[in-house]
Design a protein. Structure first.
Length: 177
């Protein structure tokens, strides 16, 4: 990223009002879409659509071991885990190339949520959505938050500061090489 260029952060696409959810709807969050847009360049990401699934689509959920869950279509029992992990592997590299300095995830999603219910077959605990887990593995220091952490003023300001400091740290690191 060049000096003076806007700071980019990734955002779960449905939070920006894009109709990418399984039911064809969105989850527009004005605190994310408007307040964060005053500070950052928002990069929309919908892992479910970008990995090739249609809109609308069958709902899915995390199942099995909360530490290493599978992504399963609820009715047809199709296992979507490998398809999603393959996409995540590619996408985190693309996001690195785009120079993202933070990510706002949609809560309760089996792909975007940071702490999501896992079933086996009844609820057995909580784990990370597959895409959120891949982002955190690839960028261990990246500031991340769910939309609830943006709706709250103090948490939002703290996230904004963390993102700016992440960007400044990256600049410093590049300057030393
Ligand atoms: S929560 Fe994530 S996967 Fe689900 S619709 Fe929103 S962006 Fe797409």
């Amino acid at each position: 990223m060049e000096m003076g260029s806007p700071i980019r952060i990734g955002v779960s696409s449905c939070l920006l009002g894009n109709r990418v959810r399984y039911d064809g709807g969105h989850k527009l969050d004005l605190h994310v879409a408007e307040l964060l847009a005053e500070h950052f360049d928002l990069v929309p990401v919908c892992p479910e659509v970008e990995c090739g699934l249609p809109v609308p689509r069958e709902p899915m959920r995390l199942e099995g071991d909360p530490e290493d869950p599978r992504l399963m279509a609820i009715e047809t029992r199709v296992d979507l885990t490998e398809k999603m992990l393959e996409y995540c592997d590619w996408k985190v590299r693309e996001l690195q190339g785009a120079g993202i300095c933070g990510f706002v995830f949609k809560s309760k999603s089996p792909n975007c949520g940071l702490r999501v219910g896992v079933h086996n077959p009844s609820p057995v605990g909580r784990g990370s959505g597959l895409f959120a887990a891949a982002v955190i593995r690839h960028f261990p220091r990246l500031p991340v938050v769910e939309e609830g952490g943006i709706d709250d003023t103090a948490l939002r300001e703290s996230f904004i500061r963390e993102v700016i400091s992440f960007r400044d740290g990256n600049r410093l690191h590049r300057g030393k090489r």
